[in-house]
Write a protein that binds this ligand. Structure first.
Ligand code: ADP
Length: 270
């Protein structure tokens, strides 16, 4: 990539002196390109369910005299509408946090409680696949952060663990202290992630298998949200995975009672 500068020249005083300002345009152009890509992706992603909905509406009109077909198409319309809702929700969540501004009012958050709320949300999906959700590790740990964001991140990770695992397996959510941080890991016995994809899965709309992600109701934004939640806590998310054996995602967040969250530089868009 070439580096480019915007140069501005401004007259200064009356002795022919000028002020020359050189501004690095490379980063600005990169951020702009990322933003353009994102907008293009969002409109593509929105068009898919909207297109399906209008097609289904047409089909339903033609099938008016076949009540069984009407019921079937209506169910599919509901499914597409739900997908649209998840997508819009995720886009809103992501745009609220992706400036990576520090959390407005950090407070002490009980990890056990946050995990409990997240698991409550995911129980039905786990039950449908006979996946056992297990918690373990150290009880009573607290972080310094935002409960709603923590629950969102945990839900996304547990939801993924369920979505990308076969039936009758286990998902383990485990916590442990790690210096001035707390680590929460979510392990599954699922399909795993190919090594070359592991560093890309946190990018917005990146999926290893688009068809599979869609089939499980994925928006392609879950892990991007997790990454930004971690960053807004001055924390980190990492992944270990082996194809065919499973994956472990680890969130490292500042422990309550440790050092306060340092001022955050805006994290660059990926
Ligand atoms: P999606 O909505 O597609 O699940 P995410 O951002 O949550 O989007 O995840 C991005 C991609 O990473 C997924 O499409 C999937 O290919 C992969 N992935 C995420 N979590 C797991 C997991 N626990 N096991 C296997 N693959 C996963």
């Amino acid at each position: 990539e070439t580096t480019s500068f915007a140069v501005r020249v401004a007259p200064l005083g009356s002795f022919g002196q000028v002020l020359v300002l050189a501004e690095d345009q490379t980063e600005r152009r990169r951020v702009e390109a990322v933003r353009r890509d994102f907008v293009a992706n969002v409109s593509h992603e929105l068009k898919t369910p909207v297109g399906a909905l209008s097609l289904l509406a047409e089909t339903i009109q033609d099938a008016a005299d076949d009540p069984e077909a009407v019921t079937r198409f209506a169910a599919r319309m509901q499914h597409e509408a739900a997908r649209l809702t998840y997508l819009v929700q995720d886009i809103i969540t992501l745009s609220r946090i992706q400036g990576a501004e520090p959390i407005p009012a950090p407070a002490q958050v009980s990890i056990d409680e946050a995990i409990g709320v997240a698991i409550d949300h995911c129980n039905t999906r786990a039950g449908a696949k006979d996946i056992t959700l297990v918690t373990g590790g150290t009880d009573g740990l607290r972080i310094w952060g935002d409960e709603e964001l923590l629950v969102t991140a945990l839900r996304n990770l547990i939801d993924n663990a369920i979505a990308y695992s076969p039936e009758h397996t286990r998902v383990v959510v485990s916590t442990r202290p790690a210096g001035e941080s707390v680590e929460i890991s979510i392990s599954d016995q699922g399909i795993g992630i190919p090594e070359e994809a592991q560093e890309r899965i946190f990018e917005r709309f990146f999926r290893v298998d688009t068809a599979r992600s869609r089939a499980t109701g994925g928006t392609g934004l879950g892990l991007a949200i997790v990454k930004h939640v971690a960053a807004s806590h001055a924390g980190e998310v990492s992944v270990w995975s082996k194809e065919g054996s499973g994956s472990t995602f680890t969130l490292r967040l500042p422990a309550f009672g440790g050092t306060a969250i340092p001022a955050q530089p805006a994290i660059p868009l990926e």
